[in-house]
Design a protein around this ligand. Sequence first.
Ligand SMILES: CC(C)(COP(=O)(O)OP(=O)(O)OC[C@H]1O[C@@H](n2cnc3c(N)ncnc32)[C@H](O)[C@@H]1OP(=O)(O)O)[C@@H](O)C(=O)NCCC(=O)NCCS
Length: 245
Amino acid sequence: MSDQAEKLLRWGLRVPGRLNFNGYLDFERPVCLLPDCGIVNSSIGSFSYAARRTSITAADIGRFCSIGEDCHIGLGQHPTNHLTSSSVLYDANFWSWSGPGRSMIQHADIYRRTSIGNDVWIGTRAMVCGGVKIGDGAIIAAGAVVTKDVAPYTVVGGVPARVIKYRFSKDVIDRLMGIMWFRYDIYAWSNSSAYPIGCQFDHNLLNKIEDAISSGELSFVKSAWSRLKSENGSITIGHKSSDMD
Ligand SMILES: CC(C)(COP(=O)(O)OP(=O)(O)OC[C@H]1O[C@@H](n2cnc3c(N)ncnc32)[C@H](O)[C@@H]1OP(=O)(O)O)[C@@H](O)C(=O)NCCC(=O)NCCS
């Protein structure tokens, strides 16, 4: 393992290969990015990972998300209603060619922020357009192109993605959205509980989680966010909003 990979691992970011990285990555340990992922100006919550060759641009990703291989999250949009759709309109230094160099439209309109909730599973080769909001617990089928917001606990697939089904009945989804279990130290609780999160999911487990929350047995996760930053060719890491290491 390279010195850089070992250092990142100490901060709770597992990167067992090449990482194409630009801008910043805010992450809440533990997070894993498999080889050849590309990250630009994004944030990722704990227990989330992205598999090989996945790119994440201007996106905020919650906890417990599983992102498959070759996914593209936060696709940028070229202008469609100007004389040209070319990026000369917003890239003042167009691919480093010298020229008049003038931004004619806002770059912010090109990369709109994308939001991926908690406990979202994104299948292999799915794409999520910039500006889309995917709700907690949703599943994106392999190969989908998501162009519109996805409601919580909804399974979508196809091009463009449409609803395939819902993960649970409406009353269970309402209860899950009410408790938002991923805010709690559920993983530690599960390890010491007679009802681990991996056991069959039914009303019994849901009742147990609701009871543990109302009795105070389950407390909020103490989150620890760090920031990886790329500046002038060098990469720094530190606690979020503090000095860089
Ligand atoms: C979306 C998914 C989770 C659904 O799985 P499931 O709950 O077992 O659902 P089913 O296989 O019963 O399929 C339900 C319907 O969705 C359709 N469907 C399944 N996968 C689909 C896909 N990728 N795109 C479009 N439609 C899909 C099925 O054809 C079926 O349609 P029908 O009701 O008209 O017959 C699964 O098909 C999938 O895409 N998983 C991702 C796999 C992957 O990428 N793994 C890599 C690891 S991250």
